[in-house]
Write a protein that binds this ligand. Structure first.
Ligand SMILES: [Zn+2]
Length: 196
């Protein structure tokens, strides 16, 4: 799934605060968005391993939620929603495609690394690859609560949805472009062009 799909899901998760603690809704929605993006910051490293913790984020999110319920503040609410969003991002990556330059070819059996069991979880491919039409559809669905209710963050939700749409439209061409760019660059520079 696209990082933006995870961010929009995190924001929708944060929007639940509108019903239980509306005074913290904005901070919860923002924290959900950042927590949804966070694991994919490992894109430049060992992707879906370095910052993806499907088990550990969940283990830490549970007491963080308990703390936010018993001692609600901007900090405790933000921490709880951030961790829950990062946990759901890491776990739901198993429902997408595998690693690799062209995940739609379904050649990889690695979706996300489970540090707890020290093994790669296989991709389910419910969403075949990041930027697939079904990925954009899911992103659009998760954007609905933010568009309707996230007053101050509405523009962020719309920007994420816009970025998702452009990415989904260009997804396959981006790979070809990256490859032709890598072919034309001097070897030293080409090492910095992400091809996976
Ligand atoms: Zn991810």
């Amino acid at each position: 799934m696209m990082a933006t799909t995870h961010a929009l899901f995190g924001m929708a998760l944060g929007a639940v605060a509108l019903f239980v603690a509306p005074e913290y809704a904005t901070v919860a929605i923002a924290a959900g968005g950042v927590g949804g993006l966070f694991p994919d910051l490992d894109l430049a490293g060992d992707h879906r391993k370095d910052l993806h913790f499907p088990v550990y984020y969940s283990l830490v999110a549970t007491p963080a939620f308990a703390l936010a319920v018993h001692a609600p503040s901007s900090v405790t609410v933000a921490a709880a929603v951030f961790l829950a969003s990062a946990a759901l991002h890491s776990a739901s990556d198993a429902l997408g495609g595998g690693l690799g330059l062209r995940p739609w070819e379904a050649t990889s059996d690695r979706a996300v690394y489970d540090h707890f069991n020290a093994r790669w979880v296989a991709p389910r491919r419910w969403i075949r690859y990041d930027g697939a039409p079904e990925d954009l559809l899911v992103a659009a669905a998760f954007a609905v609560p933010g568009v309707l209710y996230a007053e101050r963050l509405q523009v962020v939700v719309l920007a994420l949805l816009g970025a998702s749409t452009v990415y989904a439209l260009l997804r396959k061409r981006l790979v070809d472009f990256g490859e032709s760019l890598a072919d034309r660059l001097p070897a030293g520079l080409a090492a910095y062009v992400p091809v996976e």
